[in-house]
Design a protein around this ligand. Structure first.
Ligand code: NAP
Length: 397
């Protein structure tokens, strides 16, 4: 495609403005902005007003616009915009993980039906090119696991709490001021944001179309000063980890805090950085690290998608065609640290094996092996007086 791509942008917040600057600095890209649609008529803008509109039709019904960039923070409105754009034959780039994860099946069908591409590299781990790698490089069924730190905001909070002894609230405020947090920070803190990314990755890694409600997300909101003390004493950091692993014909997926030792590549992933470990049957481990939040890192992923459109790139969803019969499952034995207070009584028979127990007046904990299905069904994950942190089997050595 030799002509200039004509862009219509929805949203001019952290990512929209980041993309604008990245685009300005990238002289080689054949793309120009025609219009930017925003919401708030009273907000001061950093570009001349001729760029802006408050009416989505100015972009969606403009025959000159061939690419829609959807960069707004409202996933419901975003889906309507993306659907309308695809139906009118416009290519779409989005960074909206919730919208993509919630509607993956419909978005897949729309792309097929209208023969238009939808790209969303910026939606998963911002600057890390994980989706295109899963599609193009790991395009066979030898992939066994994808896991890592997928949320920059919670990683920033955990870094500040661990290394600078900041309180949780101070660290969250900083993450918000720096533009790393979602407009609704509970999406980050409770592990939803990481889960939406994991669901997108499940499609490109294992060919699964997953309703996000089927995947368990256990966030960092239960982590206490006591848990952090235990982690420090044992030489661990705590990281919010999104995990997916193929075991025979099952794929187990979850978002959960994990004690991470110095031996893990995730140990050094700090602040707003993300880290993704990909494991293959013969390739073993590869590790990707990069900024997982912020306007420029996300803007650069959006720019890479725009650039891919100039050579007519589209996702082929290769794994979905492999008919592998894989099913989502929670059937896996995991090793956990379970901290609770005197108000909670724990049925010890839930555990396959108890490895360690600690009892004091305020805090008690058990370290043991448990089937994840039993843990989910026990309702301990919804109890505010309980904290569960994953231990990798080898992390204990
Ligand atoms: N921030 C990050 O680090 C990051 C990283 C990766 C992905 N993302 C994703 O990128 C998207 C945008 O995030 P952000 O951080 O840039 O959000 P943001 O800073 O809150 O900006 C949101 C923008 O969307 C506009 N908007 C909201 N509803 C609209 C509507 N119905 N029509 C037109 N414009 C609308 C707002 O308009 P006004 O300016 O008029 O308020 C604003 O310009 C989200 O899906 C987020 O999950 C963000």
């Amino acid at each position: 495609m030799s002509k200039n791509l004509k862009l219509g942008i929805f949203g001019f917040g952290v990512v929209g403005q980041g993309l604008y600057h990245v685009l300005e600095e990238t002289k080689g890209i054949k793309a120009e902005i025609l219009k930017i649609c925003v919401k708030n008529k009273h907000k001061k803008r950093t570009l001349p007003m001729r760029y802006f509109t408050y009416s989505k039709e100015d972009i969606l019904n403009n025959p000159e616009v061939d690419v829609v960039l959807e960069l707004i923070d409202d996933p419901v409105a975003a889906y309507e915009i993306v659907k309308a754009a695809l139906k009118s034959g416009k290519a779409v780039v989005t960074a909206n993980k919730k919208m993509v994860a919630d509607h993956m099946t419909e978005l897949f069908e729309l792309q097929r039906k209208y023969n238009v591409p939808l790209l969303y590299e910026g939606s998963c781990c911002a600057s890390i090119p994980i989706i295109r790698n899963l599609e193009e490089y790991y395009d066979n069924d030898l992939l066994s696991a994808v896991e890592g730190i997928f949320n920059g905001s919670t990683n920033y909070i955990l870094t500040k709490v661990f290394s600078e002894q900041k309180t949780f609230d101070e660290a969250l405020l900083e993450a918000q001021e720096l533009g790393y947090a979602e407009s609704d920070p509970s999406l980050d803190v409770e592990g939803y944001d990481a889960k939406y990314k994991l669901c997108i990755i499940l499609t490109h890694a294992f060919g699964l179309f997953v309703n996000p409600e089927e995947v368990i997300n256990y966030g960092i909101q239960h982590i206490s000063a006591f848990d952090i003390k235990i982690a420090r004493e044992r030489g661990y950091k705590i990281k919010l980890v999104a995990k997916s692993r193929k075991i025979e014909n099952k794929v187990v997926a979850m978002v959960i805090p994990q004690f991470v030792s110095q031996k893990s590549q995730l140990y050094k992933v700090e602040r707003e950085f993300n880290g993704v470990i990909v494991e293959g049957a013969f390739s073993e481990h590869q590790f990707f690290m990069g900024k997982g939040a912020g306007g420029y890192p996300t803007g650069s992923a959006v720019l890479s998608d725009i650039s891919a459109l100039t050579y007519k790139y589209k996702y082929e969803y290769k794994k979905t065609k492999q008919d592998s019969g894989l099913q989502l499952s929670t059937d896996i034995v995991i090793k956990i640290y379970l901290r609770f207070d005197h108000s909670v009584s724990i049925d010890r028979s839930l555990f396959d094996q108890i490895l360690e127990e600690y009892k004091a007046l305020e805090n008690q904990y058990i370290i043991g092996e448990i089937n994840f299905t039993k843990l989910v069904e026990s309702n301990l994950l919804t109890n505010n007086n309980v904290s569960v942190i994953l231990l990798e089997h080898e992390e204990e050595d």
